[in-house]
Design a protein around this ligand. Sequence first.
Ligand code: F6P
Length: 319
Amino acid sequence: MRKIAVLTSGGDAPGMNAAIRAVVRKAIHDGMEVYSVKHGYNGLINNDINKMGLGDVGDIIHRGGTFLYSARCEEFRTDEGRQRAAANLKELGIEGLVVIGGDGTYMGAAELGRLGVKTVGVPATIDNDIVGTDVTIGYDTALNTIVDMIDRIRDTATSHERTFIIEVMGRDSGELALNAGLAAGAETIFIPERDTKMKDVAERIQAGLDRGKKHSLIVVAEGVMSAEYCSNELAKYINIETRISVLGHIQRGGKPSASDRVLGSRLGAYAVSLLQDGRSGVGAGISKNELTATDFTYVRVHDKQYDNSIYLLSKELSI
Ligand code: F6P
């Protein structure tokens, strides 16, 4: 393969820039021409496609977000939009495309594959909910950001002897809430994968109060309910002073951790190797520290399983 392109799509994630850099440099190192596409699939449709040199990805490895910009593209959902995207690539003689993003991004790539473009996915989302990889780019940084924020909340929760309800990202996945909750010593964690009864939560808080515990932390994944709703529901069972904190997009920004830079670099370079080997329709991943490739179809039909032992452990340790 002589010419490939790279884009980022969907929610941004720290470490995406390291992955872009790896795609560009690996491709040039191996004698290919490489192009960047700006604004996700929008850039494919609007022909925002530019040839990259080694220096074009200088000074980005340590930056959060994605310097190629990201978007959720409605037009790409239409047959016409996808035909135009594929035609633009063909016109430039680009045979392969690396897409960096979450499962929605992969599905877009699968559609392009049907139109003859060879596509490989690189998993990047703070949600860590992509099948075919133990961990996604951006997750480690976001997790550390959340834990840092909860540590700060803990200080003020202790000072005022309050219960705090902290809402974290995770529309469909409890990975961030679960592991941030364990790492920050939260008493209760609400995740979409498990049903947690508010009555039980209130009873645990009451038991803690009876033992002299003065404050507690509740972490709720946004996919379960909002922090505000949680607070109102809890008030039906127990009379305590609560405060809420919605961490929001702070979780998605910030400079990538070393782990995310390493992961982005490894997976970006591996995606190029997969295209060189003639692979298409697969997502790059890492499993038990081995690089792996998983079919898009498999990624689509399976949900990433959460680790129930983490949930149980956090319950055991935060009595
Ligand atoms: O990046 C994934 C994610 O963080 C989800 O957990 C969250 O629901 C969503 O993105 C919000 O994205 P946006 O602000 O782009 O709509």
